[in-house]
Write a protein that binds this ligand. Structure first.
Ligand SMILES: [Cu+2]
Length: 626
């Protein structure tokens, strides 16, 4: 990917509502032509998809589909396509702020294709033929409309991570919670506003382990009036998407992970049941290096003596990601959409599903530098043969766009050129101080992983190991609405936050992690304050109620307590779960039903396609694990 900063067209975006200035007309026509072409492909794929999905509607279809590319719906060999540079060279806040509020339309075609992000051919699930999928860039006062067409052989759902979905909880895109899955061959129209969310986030499939196979992309919400702390202006913005990479299809891995044999077998040693699948490699913006395939790198050619905002996300499934750029320090200015006091680091570890913005200044000697993604191995419990955790990309400036960094440095990280330590995420301070109100409602939960007999390991929140409903969704099927406190029917642990007699409920969540592993938990619909955390048990330790950090994704460390707080003013059914795909699929999830009366009122205006697709899913009888 040659990332010229002049190349800012977006092939995926069809802006129909805003007037097009003359200077943009040619670009717009080209975009429209591409869009029409895409719609033709989409229509063909939809037709094929309908055939694939509904040929045997009464047949019980297993989710573990073998995807080898031969059953692809595409007419171009079924390979993952090359990326437009606009997917990673962002329009940026300054340019976007000049555009009037508008409705931004996107078409997402979900397909099975063969890709080789690191040179190893593997079955993938991708949007519009690309891995990562299209980057969504919007202003905070825009409306977003995404028409998702499922041309895969399994159902799907697309989640917009970190967004609040205020007033539209059914567009949260969470299988078994906010919808029943988009059946194969069907489309679903997501239509939502951004509420108060601004910053860096991402979208991904929230159906079983599908995003592990490639269904993810960046989602940037620009704050029209934002000014970064200590950074008067930036000259460019880049998307940096980090991920671990598995060569095997995720449903195969999941089946083995949940089996009584576990991840054992040929080539593995020293494993025990319950150990999570270890990835083979990692990627930066969908490109990695593995085995003898070490010559492809994602790259950016930047302007010298300029300031860039790198919007970094870990879109992976299991491993944390360390990011650094040789000979450059990075200044952290945003975490999960929250501006933070500038924090200069040599590198930073991004936990699964977390995001950061860092400032990079191109003020070193003109040249090419490695950017590094070091796949963190802390949680690995066995050795994956051929594992390649050191992944590279290129940032260059003041030189031509073919200049490469020294190959001698590939295996010899020179560091940032400073003695600065890496980011300590617990030391982040919100740039705009805010103190949470006092709590009115408290709930307590434990997180653990248990051998449930015969070496079948499952994950538990309290005494419930979550499993997805089939052809039902908790929000749409009344789960928890008549409950007081906690309910756990059908493996759905739901805490119903009661409607307050007056004012708004403020919820404290006490979580005790009994497990020996760290878990990156994500709360949908909210961005809770992190009031406190510590080893062992909670015994009344003082909480941080003066400007605590707010995050939508945070680590629950091994053998620790964590206390979160959120103002329960967003009606809906909100998933709270470990973002490691293997753990979610083995049950590490619960739900908050917030404002049940207001949610019931809202549901009267939910689109009928939700219930229609639930009915189709019940007819298909498609079973899904996790
Ligand atoms: Cu976990």
């Amino acid at each position: 990917m040659a990332g010229s900063i002049d190349d800012k067209h977006s092939l995926e975006e069809i802006e129909t509502d805003s007037p097009q200035p003359d200077s943009h007309r040619r670009r717009w026509i080209r975009t429209l032509a591409v869009a029409i072409g895409g719609l033709v492909v989409l229509a063909v794929a939809l037709g094929v998809g309908l055939g694939v999905g509904l040929r045997h509607p009464s047949q019980n279809r297993a989710v573990a589909t073998s995807v080898n590319g031969t059953n692809s719906t595409s007419a171009d060999g079924g390979r993952v396509l090359a990326q437009p540079s606009s997917n990673f060279v962002l329009k940026g806040q300054a340019a976007m702020a000049k555009e009037p509020p508008t409705t931004r339309h996107y078409d997402f075609l979900l397909e099975e294709r063969t890709g080789s992000p690191d040179g190893f051919d593997k079955p993938m699930l991708v949007v519009n033929g690309m891995y990562p999928g299209p980057t969504i860039e919007v202003n905070n006062d825009d409306r977003v409309v995404v028409n998702v067409t499922n041309a895969m052989s399994n159902a799907s759902a697309v989640h917009w991570h970190g967004l609040f979905q205020r007033g539209t909880p059914w567009f949260d895109g969470t299988n078994s919670v906010s919808q029943c899955g988009i059946p194969p061959g069907h489309s679903f129209l997501y239509n939502f506003t951004l509420d108060t969310f601004v910053g860096t986030t991402w979208w991904h499939s929230h159906y079983s382990t599908q995003y592990t196979d490639g269904l993810s992309g960046a989602f940037i919400v620009y704050n029209r009036t934002e000014s970064l702390p200590s950074t008067p202006s930036v000259d460019g913005e880049l998307s940096i998407q980090l991920s671990d990479l598995y060569h095997r299809f995720s449903t195969d891995l999941l089946t083995q992970y949940l089996s009584t044999n576990g991840m054992t077998g040929a080539g593995y040693s020293g494993t025990t049941q319950g150990n999570e699948p270890v990835p083979d490699a990692g990627t930066i913006n969908g490109v990695g290096q593995w085995g003898n395939s070490t010559s492809s790198y994602t790259d950016f050619t930047l302007e010298p003596n300029s300031t860039y905002r790198l919007r970094i996300g870990n879109h992976g499934s299991f491993a944390a990601s360390r990011f650094s750029v040789d000979n450059h320090t990075l200044t952290v200015v945003e975490a999960d959409g929250v501006l933070v006091e500038p924090y200069e680091v040599s590198g930073l570890v991004v936990q699964v599903a977390q995001r950061y913005s860092v400032i990079l200044r191109t003020n070193e000697t003109a040249g090419a530098y490695w950017m590094r993604h070091e796949v963190q191995q802390d949680a690995f419990t066995y050795t994956e043969p051929g594992f390649q955790g050191s992944q590279l990309g290129v940032i260059r400036y003041g030189v031509d766009n073919s200049t490469m960094p020294s190959s001698a440095l590939i295996s010899s990280d020179p560091g940032s050129g400073s003695s600065l330590p890496d980011l300590d995420s617990t030391a982040l301070v919100p740039y705009v101080p805010e103190s949470p109100p006092n709590a009115t409602f408290s709930t307590y939960m434990t997180v653990s992983m248990q051998n449930t007999g015969n070496n079948q390991w499952l994950s538990f929140v309290n005494s419930t190991s979550w499993a997805p409903l089939q052809g039902k969704a908790t929000l749409l099927s009344g789960y928890g609405f008549n409950a007081v406190g906690t309910s756990q029917a059908d493996s759905q642990l739901i805490v119903t936050v009661p409607d307050p007699s007056s004012g708004t409920q403020v919820v404290d969540v006490y979580v005790q992690n009994y497990d020996d592993g760290d878990h990156p938990f994500h709360l949908h619909g909210y961005k809770p304050w992190m009031l406190g955390q510590g080893q062992g048990r909670y015994q009344g330790q003082e909480l941080d109620t003066k400007n605590p950090m707010q995050r939508d994704t945070f680590i629950l460390p091994a053998y620790s307590w964590t206390i979160l707080r959120f103002v329960a003013d967003n009606p809906g059914m909100w998933f709270f779960h470990c973002h490691l795909t293997w753990h979610m699929a083995s049950g590490l999830a619960m739900q908050f039903l917030v404002l049940p009366n207001a949610t019931t009122s809202l549901l009267a205006s939910a689109p009928s396609v939700l219930q229609e697709q639930c009915k189709i899913m019940r007819t298909l009888g498609q079973t899904v694990v996790g």
